[in-house]
Design a protein around this ligand. Structure first.
Ligand code: ZN
Ligand code: ZN
Length: 142
């Protein structure tokens, strides 16, 4: 994908075996043409400029300009998917926690209702018990 790299001055290609440099004004020079720039002044745009050798050791923020944009897009997509996946996991965890709490609440409410019923039953039994006792006492007195 870097078959477009050429010296912006003499139009030589990197396969000529020369070193190529990138200027901070955004121009690419072969080593021959770069050496002809007088007093660090770019022959193309006339700006005073610095240059760095095109190599794999270049700063990633500069290397980026020489990479296939489609591969860059794929990488961005992978980063996006990875982060989305992580976010989904965290969201699922919290959703599960909320469900657990609400099911615990349901369970607690059921137990509370059963306890109330039990209290009612207990009161009824006490009453019946008292009536029966009274009847027994009355029978004994006769
Ligand atoms: Zn050149
Ligand atoms: Zn320039």
């Amino acid at each position: 994908m870097t078959d477009w790299i050429h010296c912006n001055s003499c139009y030589n290609l990197p396969r000529s075996g020369k070193n190529f440099s990138l200027t901070n004004c955004g121009h690419i020079y072969c080593s021959d043409c770069l050496s002809r720039c007088v007093r660090d002044r770019c022959m193309i745009c006339g700006n005073s400029c610095r240059s760095i050798l095109l190599s794999t050791e270049m700063n990633p923020s500069l290397q980026m300009y020489f990479l296939d944009p489609l591969i860059q897009l794929k990488t961005i997509q992978q980063i996006f998917e990875f982060q989305q996946n992580q976010q989904m996991r965290l969201m699922k965890f919290w959703r599960d926690q909320v469900e657990k709490i609400s099911s615990f609440k349901d369970c607690f409410q059921k137990m509370e209702r059963r306890l109330m019923n039990f209290k009612c039953d207990n009161a009824t039994l006490r009453e019946e018990n008292q009536i029966l006792r009274r009847k027994l006492v009355q029978n004994d007195l006769r």
